[in-house]
Design a protein around this ligand. Structure first.
Ligand SMILES: NC(=O)c1ccc[n+]([C@@H]2O[C@H](COP(=O)([O-])OP(=O)(O)OC[C@H]3O[C@@H](n4cnc5c(N)ncnc54)[C@H](OP(=O)(O)O)[C@@H]3O)[C@@H](O)[C@H]2O)c1
Length: 237
Protein backbone atom coordinates (compact mmCIF):
# COMPACT_ATOMS: atom_id res chain seq x y z
CA UNK A 1 0.00 0.00 0.00
CA UNK A 2 1.43 3.32 -1.16
CA UNK A 3 0.95 6.56 0.81
CA UNK A 4 0.12 9.29 -1.68
CA UNK A 5 -0.49 12.99 -1.01
CA UNK A 6 -2.29 14.94 -3.73
CA UNK A 7 -2.18 18.71 -3.28
CA UNK A 8 -5.34 19.87 -5.06
CA UNK A 9 -7.55 16.78 -5.04
CA UNK A 10 -11.01 18.33 -4.61
CA UNK A 11 -11.92 18.40 -8.32
CA UNK A 12 -10.78 17.73 -11.88
CA UNK A 13 -7.53 15.89 -12.55
CA UNK A 14 -6.45 15.67 -8.88
CA UNK A 15 -9.71 14.09 -7.76
CA UNK A 16 -9.55 11.58 -10.61
CA UNK A 17 -5.97 10.63 -9.63
CA UNK A 18 -7.10 10.27 -6.00
CA UNK A 19 -9.88 7.88 -7.06
CA UNK A 20 -7.44 5.65 -8.97
CA UNK A 21 -4.98 5.39 -6.07
CA UNK A 22 -7.79 4.86 -3.53
CA UNK A 23 -9.50 2.22 -5.71
CA UNK A 24 -6.20 0.33 -5.89
CA UNK A 25 -6.14 0.11 -2.08
CA UNK A 26 -3.56 2.85 -1.44
CA UNK A 27 -3.83 5.52 1.24
CA UNK A 28 -4.49 8.95 -0.26
CA UNK A 29 -3.97 12.25 1.55
CA UNK A 30 -6.21 14.68 -0.30
CA UNK A 31 -5.99 18.46 0.05
CA UNK A 32 -7.74 21.58 -1.24
CA UNK A 33 -9.67 24.59 0.06
CA UNK A 34 -13.18 23.19 -0.44
CA UNK A 35 -13.87 21.22 2.71
CA UNK A 36 -17.21 19.82 1.47
CA UNK A 37 -15.49 18.23 -1.58
CA UNK A 38 -12.76 16.72 0.60
CA UNK A 39 -15.46 15.35 2.87
CA UNK A 40 -17.36 13.76 -0.04
CA UNK A 41 -14.13 12.10 -1.30
CA UNK A 42 -13.50 10.72 2.17
CA UNK A 43 -17.08 9.42 2.35
CA UNK A 44 -16.51 7.61 -0.97
CA UNK A 45 -13.34 5.92 0.35
CA UNK A 46 -13.58 5.89 4.17
CA UNK A 47 -10.63 3.50 4.55
CA UNK A 48 -8.40 4.93 1.86
CA UNK A 49 -8.70 8.72 2.02
CA UNK A 50 -7.63 11.16 4.72
CA UNK A 51 -7.88 14.89 4.18
CA UNK A 52 -6.35 18.21 5.12
CA UNK A 53 -8.08 21.43 4.16
CA UNK A 54 -5.74 24.33 3.37
CA UNK A 55 -4.93 27.08 0.91
CA UNK A 56 -1.46 26.78 -0.63
CA UNK A 57 -1.20 30.58 -0.87
CA UNK A 58 -1.44 30.97 2.92
CA UNK A 59 1.59 30.81 5.18
CA UNK A 60 1.01 27.44 6.83
CA UNK A 61 1.69 24.85 4.12
CA UNK A 62 4.32 22.93 6.05
CA UNK A 63 2.23 22.75 9.24
CA UNK A 64 -0.61 21.18 7.22
CA UNK A 65 1.72 18.89 5.33
CA UNK A 66 3.30 17.61 8.53
CA UNK A 67 -0.13 17.04 10.05
CA UNK A 68 -1.23 15.05 6.99
CA UNK A 69 1.95 12.93 6.93
CA UNK A 70 1.41 12.20 10.62
CA UNK A 71 -2.19 11.08 9.99
CA UNK A 72 -0.95 8.85 7.15
CA UNK A 73 2.01 7.58 9.16
CA UNK A 74 4.37 8.19 6.25
CA UNK A 75 4.66 9.29 2.65
CA UNK A 76 5.81 7.60 -0.57
CA UNK A 77 4.55 9.93 -3.31
CA UNK A 78 3.56 13.60 -3.39
CA UNK A 79 1.76 15.11 -6.38
CA UNK A 80 1.56 18.91 -6.60
CA UNK A 81 -1.57 19.40 -8.68
CA UNK A 82 -3.05 22.64 -7.28
CA UNK A 83 -3.11 25.28 -9.97
CA UNK A 84 -4.50 28.68 -10.86
CA UNK A 85 -4.74 30.22 -14.31
CA UNK A 86 -6.76 33.08 -15.76
CA UNK A 87 -6.45 34.83 -19.08
CA UNK A 88 -5.57 38.49 -18.69
CA UNK A 89 -6.34 40.88 -21.53
CA UNK A 90 -4.44 43.57 -19.69
CA UNK A 91 -1.60 42.84 -17.29
CA UNK A 92 -3.52 42.29 -14.06
CA UNK A 93 -1.63 42.25 -10.74
CA UNK A 94 -4.29 40.27 -8.86
CA UNK A 95 -4.25 37.49 -11.47
CA UNK A 96 -0.47 37.47 -11.70
CA UNK A 97 -0.01 37.49 -7.92
CA UNK A 98 -2.41 34.58 -7.34
CA UNK A 99 -0.80 32.67 -10.21
CA UNK A 100 2.68 33.03 -8.73
CA UNK A 101 1.53 32.32 -5.16
CA UNK A 102 -0.26 29.12 -6.23
CA UNK A 103 1.89 27.78 -9.07
CA UNK A 104 5.32 28.96 -7.96
CA UNK A 105 5.58 29.81 -4.23
CA UNK A 106 3.17 27.15 -2.90
CA UNK A 107 4.66 24.67 -5.36
CA UNK A 108 8.29 25.20 -4.40
CA UNK A 109 7.62 25.33 -0.66
CA UNK A 110 5.78 22.01 -0.72
CA UNK A 111 8.09 20.31 -3.23
CA UNK A 112 11.22 21.39 -1.32
CA UNK A 113 9.76 20.06 1.92
CA UNK A 114 8.81 16.71 0.35
CA UNK A 115 12.20 16.44 -1.43
CA UNK A 116 14.04 16.81 1.86
CA UNK A 117 11.61 14.44 3.60
CA UNK A 118 12.39 11.83 0.92
CA UNK A 119 16.14 12.52 1.18
CA UNK A 120 16.00 11.65 4.90
CA UNK A 121 13.85 8.61 4.19
CA UNK A 122 16.12 7.43 1.35
CA UNK A 123 13.34 7.00 -1.24
CA UNK A 124 10.17 8.62 -2.57
CA UNK A 125 8.47 10.14 -5.59
CA UNK A 126 7.43 13.65 -6.59
CA UNK A 127 5.14 14.70 -9.42
CA UNK A 128 3.76 18.03 -10.57
CA UNK A 129 0.97 18.90 -12.96
CA UNK A 130 2.60 21.61 -15.06
CA UNK A 131 1.21 22.12 -18.57
CA UNK A 132 1.84 22.14 -22.30
CA UNK A 133 1.67 25.91 -21.72
CA UNK A 134 5.13 25.66 -20.14
CA UNK A 135 6.74 25.29 -23.57
CA UNK A 136 6.76 29.01 -24.51
CA UNK A 137 5.35 32.44 -23.70
CA UNK A 138 1.62 32.96 -24.17
CA UNK A 139 0.06 36.35 -24.89
CA UNK A 140 -3.33 35.41 -23.34
CA UNK A 141 -1.99 34.27 -19.96
CA UNK A 142 1.67 35.30 -19.62
CA UNK A 143 1.91 34.60 -15.88
CA UNK A 144 0.31 31.16 -16.19
CA UNK A 145 2.67 29.92 -18.92
CA UNK A 146 5.67 31.40 -17.08
CA UNK A 147 4.60 29.75 -13.80
CA UNK A 148 4.18 26.37 -15.49
CA UNK A 149 7.59 26.78 -17.15
CA UNK A 150 8.99 27.36 -13.65
CA UNK A 151 7.53 24.04 -12.45
CA UNK A 152 8.66 22.14 -15.49
CA UNK A 153 12.20 23.54 -15.57
CA UNK A 154 12.55 23.09 -11.80
CA UNK A 155 11.52 19.45 -12.13
CA UNK A 156 14.02 18.88 -14.95
CA UNK A 157 16.75 20.24 -12.67
CA UNK A 158 15.66 17.94 -9.83
CA UNK A 159 15.58 15.01 -12.24
CA UNK A 160 19.16 15.70 -13.36
CA UNK A 161 20.35 16.18 -9.77
CA UNK A 162 18.78 12.87 -8.65
CA UNK A 163 20.02 10.97 -11.70
CA UNK A 164 23.61 12.10 -11.03
CA UNK A 165 23.31 10.85 -7.45
CA UNK A 166 21.74 7.56 -8.61
CA UNK A 167 19.06 8.39 -6.06
CA UNK A 168 16.00 6.31 -5.18
CA UNK A 169 13.88 9.47 -5.39
CA UNK A 170 12.05 9.91 -8.69
CA UNK A 171 10.28 12.90 -10.24
CA UNK A 172 7.60 13.20 -12.93
CA UNK A 173 6.67 16.40 -14.78
CA UNK A 174 3.09 15.97 -16.04
CA UNK A 175 2.22 18.19 -19.02
CA UNK A 176 -1.49 18.09 -19.88
CA UNK A 177 -2.94 19.62 -23.03
CA UNK A 178 -6.67 20.19 -22.52
CA UNK A 179 -8.57 18.24 -19.87
CA UNK A 180 -12.29 18.77 -19.37
CA UNK A 181 -12.31 20.67 -16.06
CA UNK A 182 -13.14 24.18 -14.92
CA UNK A 183 -9.60 25.21 -15.92
CA UNK A 184 -10.05 24.14 -19.57
CA UNK A 185 -12.71 26.88 -19.89
CA UNK A 186 -14.83 25.19 -22.53
CA UNK A 187 -12.05 24.28 -24.97
CA UNK A 188 -12.99 21.69 -27.56
CA UNK A 189 -9.70 20.66 -29.24
CA UNK A 190 -8.26 17.26 -28.19
CA UNK A 191 -9.96 17.50 -24.79
CA UNK A 192 -9.73 14.42 -22.58
CA UNK A 193 -11.85 13.49 -19.60
CA UNK A 194 -10.23 13.88 -16.16
CA UNK A 195 -10.54 10.08 -15.72
CA UNK A 196 -8.59 9.33 -18.91
CA UNK A 197 -5.97 11.96 -18.08
CA UNK A 198 -5.58 10.53 -14.57
CA UNK A 199 -5.23 7.00 -15.91
CA UNK A 200 -2.29 8.05 -18.14
CA UNK A 201 -0.77 10.14 -15.34
CA UNK A 202 -0.78 7.26 -12.86
CA UNK A 203 0.81 4.90 -15.41
CA UNK A 204 3.59 7.46 -16.07
CA UNK A 205 4.23 7.99 -12.35
CA UNK A 206 4.32 4.26 -11.68
CA UNK A 207 6.78 3.82 -14.60
CA UNK A 208 8.87 6.64 -13.06
CA UNK A 209 8.84 8.67 -16.30
CA UNK A 210 10.56 12.04 -15.85
CA UNK A 211 8.09 13.81 -18.19
CA UNK A 212 4.76 12.86 -19.73
CA UNK A 213 2.32 14.58 -22.10
CA UNK A 214 -1.39 14.08 -21.34
CA UNK A 215 -2.98 12.71 -23.37
CA UNK A 216 0.05 11.26 -25.12
CA UNK A 217 -0.76 12.76 -28.51
CA UNK A 218 -0.17 16.24 -27.04
CA UNK A 219 3.53 15.39 -27.43
CA UNK A 220 3.15 16.44 -31.09
CA UNK A 221 1.75 19.87 -30.13
CA UNK A 222 4.42 20.35 -27.46
CA UNK A 223 7.19 19.73 -29.99
CA UNK A 224 5.51 21.93 -32.62
CA UNK A 225 5.19 24.83 -30.16
CA UNK A 226 8.75 24.38 -28.95
CA UNK A 227 10.38 24.38 -32.37
CA UNK A 228 8.08 26.73 -34.29
CA UNK A 229 10.06 29.69 -35.70
CA UNK A 230 9.51 32.97 -33.84
CA UNK A 231 8.09 34.72 -36.93
CA UNK A 232 5.24 32.17 -36.91
CA UNK A 233 4.76 31.59 -33.16
CA UNK A 234 4.80 35.27 -32.21
CA UNK A 235 1.79 35.88 -34.46
CA UNK A 236 -0.34 33.05 -33.09
CA UNK A 237 0.75 32.34 -29.48
N1 LIG B 1 -7.62 21.28 -17.34
C1 LIG B 1 -6.66 21.52 -18.20
O1 LIG B 1 -6.92 21.61 -19.41
C2 LIG B 1 -5.24 21.66 -17.74
C3 LIG B 1 -4.24 21.77 -18.70
C4 LIG B 1 -2.90 21.88 -18.30
C5 LIG B 1 -2.59 21.88 -16.96
N2 LIG B 1 -3.58 21.79 -16.02
C6 LIG B 1 -3.18 21.81 -14.60
O2 LIG B 1 -3.78 20.73 -13.94
C7 LIG B 1 -3.93 21.03 -12.55
C8 LIG B 1 -5.31 20.62 -12.08
O3 LIG B 1 -6.27 21.46 -12.69
P1 LIG B 1 -7.72 20.96 -13.15
O4 LIG B 1 -7.79 21.17 -14.61
O5 LIG B 1 -8.01 19.62 -12.60
O6 LIG B 1 -8.64 22.11 -12.49
P2 LIG B 1 -9.52 22.14 -11.16
O7 LIG B 1 -10.61 21.16 -11.22
O8 LIG B 1 -9.86 23.57 -10.99
O9 LIG B 1 -8.50 21.67 -10.01
C9 LIG B 1 -7.61 22.54 -9.39
C10 LIG B 1 -7.27 21.94 -8.03
O10 LIG B 1 -6.30 22.80 -7.43
C11 LIG B 1 -6.76 23.16 -6.14
N3 LIG B 1 -6.33 24.52 -5.81
C12 LIG B 1 -6.38 25.61 -6.61
N4 LIG B 1 -5.95 26.70 -5.92
C13 LIG B 1 -5.62 26.26 -4.67
C14 LIG B 1 -5.15 26.89 -3.51
N5 LIG B 1 -4.90 28.21 -3.48
N6 LIG B 1 -4.93 26.14 -2.40
C15 LIG B 1 -5.17 24.82 -2.42
N7 LIG B 1 -5.63 24.15 -3.48
C16 LIG B 1 -5.86 24.86 -4.61
C17 LIG B 1 -8.29 23.10 -6.24
O11 LIG B 1 -8.84 22.89 -4.94
P3 LIG B 1 -9.74 23.99 -4.17
O12 LIG B 1 -10.38 24.86 -5.20
O13 LIG B 1 -10.69 23.16 -3.38
O14 LIG B 1 -8.75 24.71 -3.32
C18 LIG B 1 -8.47 21.88 -7.12
O15 LIG B 1 -8.44 20.71 -6.35
C19 LIG B 1 -3.63 22.52 -12.41
O16 LIG B 1 -2.34 22.70 -11.89
C20 LIG B 1 -3.67 23.04 -13.86
O17 LIG B 1 -2.85 24.15 -14.06
C21 LIG B 1 -4.90 21.68 -16.38
Amino acid sequence: MKKVIIIGATSGIGRAIARIYANEGNLVGATGRRQELLYSLQLEYPNNVVTECFDVTALDNITHLESLIEKMEGLDLLIYNAGYGEASQEVDWEIDQTTVQTNVLGFIEIIDYAYNYFQKQGYGQLATTSSIASARGNSHAPAYSASKAFQSVYFEGLYMKLKKKKSSIFVTDIQPGFVNTKMAKGRTFWVSSPAKAAEQIVVAIEKKKWRVYITHRWWVIAKMIKWMPNFVYHNIG
